[in-house]
Design a protein around this ligand. Sequence first.
Ligand code: UD1
Ligand code: UDP
Length: 371
Amino acid sequence: MKILVMAGTRPEAIKVAPVIRELRKRDDISTLVCNTGQHKEMIRQAFQDFGITPDLHLDVMQPNQELAALSSRLFDKVNQTLREEQPDWILVQGDTTTVMVSAMCAFYRDIRVGHIEAGLRSFNKWAPFPEEVNREIVSKLADLHFAPTKKAYANLVREGIDPDVVYVTGNTVIDALYWMRENIRGQEEELLDARIVQAIRDGKRVILITGHRRENLGDGFTEICQAIKELAQRYEDAVFVYPVHLNPRVQEPVMRILGDHPRIILLSPLSYKPFMALLNAAYIVLTDSGGIQEEAPALGKPVLVMRDVTERPEGVKAGVSRLVGPHCDAIVHHTARLLDDTAAYNAMAHAENPYGDGHASVRIVDALLNL
Ligand code: UD1
Ligand code: UDP
């Protein structure tokens, strides 16, 4: 069986890495990895810490790329790759433009599609944008669906997908996280920026921030940055650490509003190893990211989700994450509550694993082999 794993962005690389490692253990599968290059630096970083070198590179990224232009470059190059490589299956992960276009190109060429992290739904086509629609399209095209949770499984079955081709596997991000947690044990401090180490020694609490969602670009980011500035001014016993996504429309407001404050540390995107060390050191996480909503609960870190809706309700239900929207007042209010009120903090800070047990990749590869 020849399998082509497609990945284009940072989270796809992190979440397919454990699957690639598992595929490469099996003799009866030949595996190729294609980096579409939807992300340039950030995907390189992500693969690097798992020791994976992609076999094929499509190099489609342009600065500030529009969705249609990106899709058009992807259609052309992915189609050409599928024509040349003729895989039996492609594997895609998640809901990016790379995933949607790759699944469509495979369908056009009568190549089977396995979809990892299938069945997530926010039920709002504008949030996350365009990911909610991307994953609905991929669910129509896929031949095997790897749902991370029972809820995701139920979403797919409700949409009319044959339950026999849907597997509940857990999310591969938990495989990646467990693997990396073992890998960095004992080196956590040296993986952290010296300013963060000093702040922790000074007794300061670390608030970790990430953000990049398209629907938050513009007003959302202005509000997010204002909230962080206000919190940094108010709390002298906290330090606000933000590895800033490379999207110019994120960089601009973050650098302008947060660029010059003694308790705000802006970093370049981190590779997965130092990011895990940082997440481990964090007291609270503020994010609009999908993956971090899955990772933080596994480490018992309260997450305030700077979105109005989420396709990952399991963490909210378990009480480890809370939706606060990209709204300045709500972000300030809920962060302040966690910083001021130990009981409120403790109520959220317990490790929960609604997203997997660390064995998702084995289940996915077994399912492919059992066909
Ligand atoms: C993409 C995905 C989103 C995913 C996110 C992970 C889509 C529509 N969006 O969003 O689902 O959550 O990745 O981070 O597929 N850039 C660089 N270097 C990089 C990466 C990005 O310079 O390594 C800049 C470029 O200017 C690029 C811009 O960021 O044009 C936006 O990248 P893009 O992949 O279009 O969207 P993201 O917002 O990163
Ligand atoms: N991440 C990372 N370095 C960073 C920020 C995030 O390695 O500086 C990891 C994080 O642990 C998670 C993934 O990137 O696994 C999330 O990616 P992102 O937020 O870009 O995308 P999303 O999950 O929202 O699709």
